[in-house]
Design a protein around this ligand. Sequence first.
Ligand code: NAD
Ligand code: UDP
Length: 324
Amino acid sequence: MSRIQRILVTGGAGFLGSHLCERLIEQQHDVICLDNFFTSQKVNVAHLLAQPNFELIRHDITQPIFLEVDEIYNLACPAAPGHYQYNPIKTMKTSMLGAIHTLGLAKRCRAKVLQASTSEIYGDPEVHPQTESYRGCVNPIGPRACYDEGKRAAETLFMDYERCHGMNVRIVRIFNTYGPRMHPYDGRVVSNFIRQALAGEPITLFGDGSQTRSFCYRDDLVEGILRMMNGPDDFRGPVNLGNPGEFTIRQLAELIIAMTGSKSEIVLRPLPDDDPVRRQPDISLARKQLDWQPQTSLEAGLEKTIAWFRGIHLEDYRAPTPNY
Ligand code: NAD
Ligand code: UDP
């Protein structure tokens, strides 16, 4: 097989997808970026449009699509809680129909296919840190279920297509990832705190801020995704990808205030329903199978992210939903 692959990235105009497209184009692959632009804007990939090996398709993955490709990265799905809860039924359709259409396409083309799953499949975990063998604690009828259960169903579909059709599938479970090109109005904690700190607005801390997350810088994460796609054929995953460094959300707020030199004050807001109390990836499997681990500390990653936020014009960004 030629070293140059025809590669489809669904959700390719998003925060992670646009960086993945960049890396694949650098590697000389023929890249098709598919996106409906629900939570992203064309500006994320505008710099790639002039490349002869880049193609952009506006398409909704809840509808089938016919293409000829060798590999598929399935990233299409709103990822921020405010985005995926805005139209929860559509979120579930995107995860499930998106997986079915992606897998159907991969089956017809005999393509290798990778699913961007999530730490949310562990729900509000009783096991800490989370290993891949932990089956999770998800509230199936709560406000996060459209995303959590949709992603769980997508994992099921991936493994069933593998068992039924002998397909070459891969699953990565991504933990909270941040960096330049996050949508400034996505309502996620890193983008919210930086936007608020730079504007001198109150920093909205949900609950008492004692809940924890582990934050991975986007370059590290994209490297992990690439290694998984190109890793051994007998390793399907699921594999956790994330930075094991665990911080309370209050620590994150204080760090961002200090790093931006902001005069913003922290204000407390109610904790959303089903907000996970603790989250930290066990990445032993990724270390062993992919020789992967994050290289970027939270401070170093935040420095780059804050610099990017300082350089953008917020008026160029349309809020995808009112939830931020
Ligand atoms: P993002 O919102 O920036 O990217 C998602 C992209 O998918 C957007 O460009 C959006 O317009 C597109 N999209 C949404 N619905 C679609 C549909 N029906 N058809 C076609 N395109 C559609 O978010 P992200 O952070 O880049 O997340 C990318 C993937 O990684 C998602 O699948 C997400 O669930 C997963 N993930 C991300 C994180 C994280 O912390 N960033 C954590 C866990 C999992
Ligand atoms: N959070 C917060 N203030 C905000 C946005 C989020 O305190 O303005 C909290 C949220 O309640 C959660 C954590 O930060 O405990 C991470 O939220 P995010 O939406 O980024 O991702 P999640 O991991 O919850 O999907």
